[in-house]
Design a protein around this ligand. Sequence first.
Ligand code: TYM
Length: 332
Amino acid sequence: TPRLFSGMQPSADSLQVGNYIGALLQWRQMQQTHDAVFCVVDLHAITIPQDPALLRQQTRRTAAQYIAGGIDPEHSVLFVQSQVPAHAELAWVLNTITGFGEASRMTQFKDKSAKQGSDATSVGLFTYPVLMAADILLYDTALVPVGEDQRQHIELTRDLASRFNSRFGDTFVIPKPQIQKATAKIYDLQNPEAKMSKSAASDAGVLWLLDEPSKTAKKIKSAVTDADREIHFDRAAKPGISNLLTIHSVFSGTSIGDLEAQFEGKGYGDLKKEVADVVTEEFAPVRARTLELLDDPTELDRMLTKNAERASGMAEATLARVYDRIGFLPRS
Ligand code: TYM
């Protein structure tokens, strides 16, 4: 069975609906047919400043949401990145074959560093995509299910893998991105031209998996739409309505075409009310299960360390192969 690898940053207490639709829903489905490895990428999270106590809490909460969202930690591997040292070790090696210009062209880095200014931007943020390449390549990954915003990072991963292979001999599997066209980008409710993001300047456009249902419903009812009255999908002319239709369609299982027919002659208020219903219905059991899992952090931590051992076994084998190819002495 082909290997699957993916991860999320523990950069907030809750996932937002873009993470849930763009990534977690795919993960849940694909773990049935693939040998799946899922990571909470805390090494990535510290590329911007994090409060230590909050980071620890967010890491547990992110793992709990993976499980509550349907990832089975007995079947798939579900672990925390910093508990498997091979990630940082392979990242170092890959840093040495990454061009400075190549890394400078990463658009996420350019966006984030432009916001922060160059003195506030860490070198860690600059090499963030190289660490991501290490994550993926350590597990002989064939497929990486992600949202659209990660496409360029996976392109870089493929380039680095091929470069290493041609310089040192066949070592890495070349991975492919798995991006679901219709749901690869969920937009901010207040600014439907921009992707929904955990780090959005305003909270009003972000739907959090763990929010109170009443809060979620309120945000959906205040979503930005347009001056027209027609409910139909048109990404360019009606970004707000198109985003709401996408979210409805994913959770209700109704096609966009059927939704357009269903809402013919109805108003934006009717659409928003239904979207609020399907979203809160979807979130309710996941939220309840997450809170239940967080009631017993000791058990959660035990599950994570056990899974880190499983991941280490896989990752160490790849790292040993890499070290040998480069010409490092054997470790033992
Ligand atoms: P992160 O934590 O920003 O996001 C986690 C996943 O959610 C997807 N996503 C979205 N999908 C659709 N619409 C949105 N608005 C939206 N926002 C986020 C992301 O595409 C991602 O799949 N660099 C990664 C984490 C990472 C990783 C990896 C992923 C580290 N190593 C190895 C895959 C493989 C990131 O910051 O994701």
